[in-house]
Design a protein around this ligand. Structure first.
Ligand SMILES: Nc1nc2c(c(=O)[nH]1)N[C@H]1C(S)=C(S)[C@@H](COP(=O)(O)OP(=O)(O)OC[C@H]3O[C@@H](n4cnc5c(=O)[nH]c(N)nc54)[C@H](O)[C@@H]3O)O[C@H]1N2
Ligand SMILES: Nc1nc2c(c(=O)[nH]1)N[C@H]1C(S)=C(S)[C@@H](COP(=O)(O)OP(=O)(O)OC[C@H]3O[C@@H](n4cnc5c(=O)[nH]c(N)nc54)[C@H](O)[C@@H]3O)O[C@H]1N2
Ligand code: SF4
Ligand SMILES: [Mo]
Length: 795
């Protein structure tokens, strides 16, 4: 009998911000099963696997996988394909790329690469397209819509930087007293977070879910608070106001770590500075402003620094930042919150009181808030953490981004993605709204589109826009494992290998470990991994000299990082050592676990060096220095389309992956459904299993109807993930709110992008990955629609 052996693999369900490495058990050259990894101490208990991970080992054998390169026959999108050889595919694509480049310029080629859903993120699936893009000179649309932007905005205007602040170790929740799960669904979607929520509850935490639909997390929680969509800011601000009006804020913490005491010039809205450009605070002893030493320096010796107060000096009004916030938040009452959020004022007050009074508490948010106003909501969550002294306090905190990791490990990737140096990168970044504007014009400068990872035609709102944009292109290529909605409209579809068949360095959440991904099985299809594909393509467009290294050589470059947690490993970690040992612990401390704001003496990356969440002077010109509640864009604003369209994530799908496996499809109900509250259905004259059409002015989707009380009145729900061809007609991507455009990019987002560049960042996501998340709003669910019985296709 053959022996079992194992290798480590990045889970194909990677990308839920829950990047597990898994143990793949192999027997007779086939995947036998998937298991969790048992890490070395002290992370030994933390390896994790979920329902999708357990099923992942089936995927390589799925007959629906792309088997060979495909070339379109007939109309684009007509569904007719011819199987061709890799040589033919690469020769033809290479020739067309050369033609387009020589006729219209290199930037007429657009490359779409969205790391979100491809294992192992920021590894060869990103590094190779980046290397190609940066030497060829393609256009890079900043895919910054629907990409989890809000938390990054909030962190930027608090700390001046977002990475690695948006990284959190879910294990730090264990031992806390109270958790507000606010606007996310970790029990179904963030499985390692779920593991630690369970541990936290076993250790005594009370869990309150503030959500829209009654989802798995609501069922798990001790209490569910049903919120109206996009209303959360009203509750958060009422809590802020409650804290400040009742003088419940953490004064010592605010003085030490934030700019709460800094004086604001009433006239300009900017922080007051003296002639030496020092920030000022009010000293009650001398009754005068006194300077703060630069960069989170000390307050003057003996000064009685005031956190609250408004003063006049030579006719100039000076008010402390905290006083500004206290004044501007006063309008947010529990009564207003009750009206806007659809909860009772008594409940709102109780939630505020409990948040203040709990010894230790977390706000656990994620990416469930996708509304025009959500960037500010994330700022408000952070504010609640800051005012109560909970950012960086053990057993307390605010998780916004759910970018689950332990200590982030940083590799030496720049020489790979930017072989000529960051200053000589040839690719051209363009913000999404501007990209669409140009691409939709009659004289579009864009002639070719290459999609290396991601499924934009499915995942981006307003699908029709993509169809219009590619219609006149001369070349569309999709490189994927499956035939996706994007692949359907391509000219060539190239099969990638799955992580089970590729060698790679696993980055991301390996709980302080470095892991080598080794192929578990022989390739099951005639596919190729990205190092081979881009090296071969490069040869055909005259860039072959840039692509001569092998996978082990690239991995060795990556490991030559100066980042201390990797550089400090003894003996030094190399590809050869990883090959020998498979898994090596980083030089991370056993304790504490990583959490943002952990170091109380940290000088933050902004001008003051302190938390600025209380008052962001950069936003003063837009009236947003102190946060306030903005309105959603679409919800509740149309007579014709009275419902919100909510298309959130589904527990058995990983976005548009896992939608091909018959088991996950079956677990998901076999066919897509529209879910509606029975009361809404009754008013609309609709019944269970009716065939319904959900529609707006741009398109429609037709499904069976499922009446479900877990959906609140006013919301129409369709799970995200199903492919277009799994619907009877249409798809939700036809009707999600149009962005990029006015919906996602306005003066506030433009300011964010400009401020972020002014802080010294690179605008190109293929140089600095964060740029694709900067400068826009996430508004997928800020969508309106109507619903009716389906009458059949119009003649
Ligand atoms: N199984 C699975 N897991 C995934 C993914 C997947 O496709 N499948 N996708 C991954 C990705 S890329 C991401 S970004 C994450 C997202 O994961 P989460 O951050 O957990 O986001 P969602 O699951 O979409 O959360 C939506 C929840 O937010 C609530 N919600 C919606 N609108 C509002 C509102 O206005 N107010 C409040 N308070 N709550 C609201 C709803 O009740 C809903 O259950 O999931 C990741 N995990
Ligand atoms: N309506 C609606 N739209 C949304 C969202 C929503 O909740 N509702 N969520 C938004 C969010 S938060 C996100 S992050 C985006 C996600 O958007 P995308 O990242 O575009 O999500 P996917 O559709 O899963 O695309 C990932 C693609 O990578 C492919 N893939 C998987 N493994 C491999 C591999 O090994 N190699 C290669 N080459 N390809 C591979 C998958 O088959 C899939 O086609 O969607 C956004 N859009
Ligand atoms: S949580 Fe995500 S990455 Fe981890 S096993 Fe499940 S699907 Fe895979
Ligand atoms: Mo996401």
């Amino acid at each position: 009998m053959a022996e079992e052996s194992f290798v480590y693999t990045a889970c194909p369900g990677w990308g839920d911000h829950d990047y597990c490495a898994l143990k793949t058990i192999v027997k007779d050259g086939k995947i036998e099963r998937m298991e969790r990894i048992v890490y070395s101490a002290p992370e030994e208990p933390d390896g994790h696997i979920c329902q999708k991970g357990c099923l992942a080992g089936r995927q390589p054998y799925d007959p629906k996988r792309l088997q060979k390169p495909l070339k379109r026959v007939g109309e684009r999108g007509g569904g007719q394909w011819e199987e061709i050889s890799w040589d033919q595919a690469l020769d033809e694509i290479g020739e067309k790329l050369c033609h387009v480049r020589d006729t219209y310029g290199a930037s007429s080629v657009v490359l779409w690469n969205l790391g979100a859903g491809v294992p192992a993120q920021y590894s060869f699936e990103n590094l190779m397209p980046f290397r190609f893009a940066n030497t060829f000179g393609v256009t890079v649309p900043l895919g910054s819509i629907g990409l989890d932007n809000g938390p990054f905005y909030a962190e930027f205007y608090n700390a001046g930087s977002e990475f690695p602040r948006t990284v959190v170790d879910p294990r730090i929740m264990v031992g806390t007293d109270l958790i507000y799960v606010w606007g996310c669904n970790p029990i179904e979607n963030q499985m390692r977070c779920a593991q630690n929520l369970v541990r936290a509850r076993e250790a005594g935490a009370r869990i309150v879910d503030l959500g829209l639909i009654f989802d798995g997390t609501a069922g798990f929680a001790d209490e569910f608070v049903g919120m109206k969509p996009a209303s959360d800011g009203y509750l958060a601000m009422a809590m802020v106001s409650y804290i400040l009006q009742n003088d419940l804020q953490a004064n010592d913490y605010l003085l030490a770590r934030s700019i709460a005491a800094y004086l604001v010039d009433d006239e300009t809205g900017q922080l007051a500075r003296d002639a030496e450009n020092n920030f000022l605070v009010w000293d009650a002893t001398s009754g005068a402003p006194v300077p703060v030493a630069p960069k989170r320096g000390d307050y003057p010796e003996g000064a009685d620094v005031q956190l609250l107060g408004a003063y006049q000096v030579d006719g100039r009004g000076l008010t402390t930042a905290l006083q500004k916030l206290k004044d501007s938040s006063a309008e947010y009452t529990f009564e207003l919150a009750a009206e806007k959020c659809g909860i009772s004022a008594a409940d709102a007050e109780r939630l505020a009181r409990d948040w203040v009074e709990a010894e230790n508490a977390f706000i656990l948010s994620g990416y469930g808030l996708r509304y025009r106003n959500s960037n500010e909501t994330y700022r408000q969550f952070l504010l609640l953490g800051c005012l109560t002294g909970r950012l960086g306090k053990p057993k307390s905190g605010v998780f916004e981004a759910l970018q689950l990791q332990s200590w982030p490990l940083v590799f030496n990737d720049a020489p790979i993605s930017c072989p000529d140096g960051a200053a000589n990168v040839k690719s051209v970044p363009v913000r999404m709204a501007q990209w669409f504007a140009a691409a939709e014009a009659d004289d579009s400068p864009y002639k070719a589109l290459i999609v290396c990872s991601g499924n934009p035609v499915h995942q981006q709102p307003d699908r029709q826009r993509w169809l219009d944009v590619v219609r006149d292109m001369e070349l569309v290529v999709d490189y994927d494992v499956w035939l996706t909605d994007t692949g359907e409209i391509a000219d060539y579809v190239l099969p990638d290998l799955m992580s089970f068949e590729r060698e790679d360095l696993i980055t991301g959440a390996c709980y302080n470990h470095l892991i080598l991904q080794e192929p578990a099985i022989e390739p099951q299809v005639d596919g190729h991994e990205p190092v081979w594909v881009f090296s071969e393509l490069a040869k055909r467009v005259g860039l072959g000299d840039y692509f001569t290294l092998s996978i082990p050589e690239y991995i060795d470059i990556r490991l030559q990082t100066k980042y201390p947690l990797v550089a400090g490993i003894q003996p030094p970690v190399t590809y050869a050592r990883l090959k020998e040992e498979k898994i090596i612990r980083a030089a991370a401390p056993p304790e504490p676990k990583y959490t943002p704001y952990l170091n109380p003496a940290e000088v933050l990356d902004n001008e003051t060096g302190r938390m600025e969440i209380i008052y962001a002077e950069k936003l003063a010109d837009l009236g947003m220095a102190t946060t306030r509640v903005l309105e959603p864009n679409k919800i509740g604003k149309s007579k014709d389309y009275p419902y919100q369209l909510f298309t959130g994530r589904q527990r058995f799908f990983m976005q548009s992956s896992f939608t091909d496996d018959p088991i996950t499809v079956k677990l998901s109900g076999e066919t897509p459904a529209t879910r509606l509250n029975p009361a809404d259905a009754e008013r609309a004259g609709l019944a269970q299993n009716d065939k319904v059409e959900v529609y707006n002015d741009r398109g429609h989707v037709v499904t069976r109807l499922d009446l479900d009380e877990s959906i609140p009145e006013g919301t129409v729900h369709v799970w995200f993930g199903w492919r277009r061809r799994q619907f009877e007609e249409g798809t939700y991507a036809e009707i999600t709110a149009q962005c990029a455009g006015q919906d996602s990019q306005g003066p506030l987002e433009d300011k964010w992008f400009a401020d972020w560049l002014a802080a010294g960042h690179h605008p190109n996501p293929y140089v600095e990955s964060m740029s694709s998340l900067t400068g826009s709003t996430d508004c997928y669910w800020d969508s309106w629609c109507n619903i009716r019985k389906y009458a059949g296709k119009e003649a």
